[in-house]
Design a protein around this ligand. Sequence first.
Ligand SMILES: [Fe+2]
Ligand SMILES: [Fe+2]
Length: 450
Amino acid sequence: MIHVHPNLQEVEQASALQRRLYRTIRETLRAMAGRLTGVAGWEAKKLLAHDVWLDAEHANGIRQRVLELRFPRVDVEVDLDHALLAVLDHLPSTQSDAEFLAGVYRVVKPEVLAAVERYLEQSDPLDDAPSHRGLRWVRDELREQLQQFASLWATVPPAEQAAAQPWEDWVRAALAEAGGVFGQDSGRPRLSRPGFSDRPRYEIPPEPQRDPRWLPAVTQVPPRPPRTPQEQQIWVAIDHMNEIWASELAGALMWHHRGLPWSLYYDAARWTYDEMRHAMMGERRLLAYGFDPGVDVPIVPDHWRGVGGRGGLEAMLFVVHGLEQGGPQWKAQLRSELWQLGDPYSAQDCDYDWADESGHIRYGQEWIQALYPDVPKARLIERTRQEVDAWKEWIAEKHRTGRHGYEAYLERIETKCSQMPVPPRPEFFRPLGSSAATASYATPDPTPAS
Ligand SMILES: [Fe+2]
Ligand SMILES: [Fe+2]
């Protein structure tokens, strides 16, 4: 139906509203990516990584549209939105998972959704059709995010919800003070409230949090190669599930480095989600085989300890990049071996993981180039090799000296593996690490059987 009196909203206003929307989503997703390390609950971690990716897709679409709408300076720090950005920068300065989730999912995201709905109502679907198409996606996916969050929030104990309420109230009041998401920036300083507005800016912790249900561990790399086809399946699943560390690293880089070109954040958001997806592949296999992840097998950020503890995020970026360069070969080989073994599920996980890896190699190269623009390529390659070697030596030393913390896990794993069905074609079993490609995230060069 044609409306002869369409909604009136000038290009300048359309552009300004969407620019503010883009910046809200961008800075909120950076806060979510950074706070991923500080969040302990496993279900919350998965939700955050997933939504960091979706939000980056939303921000990217809106950004493209703003660029079409005669506002070419969308990314630069023009003297706009300062009050809004000051509030969003404070989002991760929280003292519990519940506080952080409440600020993002009970205040900011509902406001973004309301802004998108209002935009769709007050603008003309013909003149501004490209905005409408993009924002309908944002609206629908945001509604889904909020539904998924509602299920998670229902599992948060009422006392924790209540303890998070004052923080949530402050975020809501501070956002309103800044002018809200839909409208003009107030330009006012961040709303002052002792105990909330004066908390220090969030910094990436030296080691990421893990679910409180999971048992302590030292390293997730098993101290010996698998001896049976069933162990082979479990070794791959352990390796996969522990890729949480790489998701947290990509997210941490996004928070730690401010003011980089949008494309780097956009790529790292996908990286954050992909690695969490790989971890979820491992979780799904472990559950299918009757293992309780984090209890029967270790889930521990050993890369953060062994690499980050020594060289911080910087060293971990070189390690992830170095390991990922061997990823496609390693995962392709695993895919073929698991398929031959008769395990199509693990084979498919490796197949899709391998497809993601080529993107990750590019993300790593672009992040390294952005952070070290003046360092010659040969030195960057050398540094990558050194960092990977140091990581492998860290693991090897734990295995050599028996300080791998695996004894209790190994006992449970051996018991459960012996109860697993033998895969249909066990004659295709070749122990992991028996061939040249051993550059998984976790698995160093072949470890001699103990
Ligand atoms: Fe991965
Ligand atoms: Fe990767």
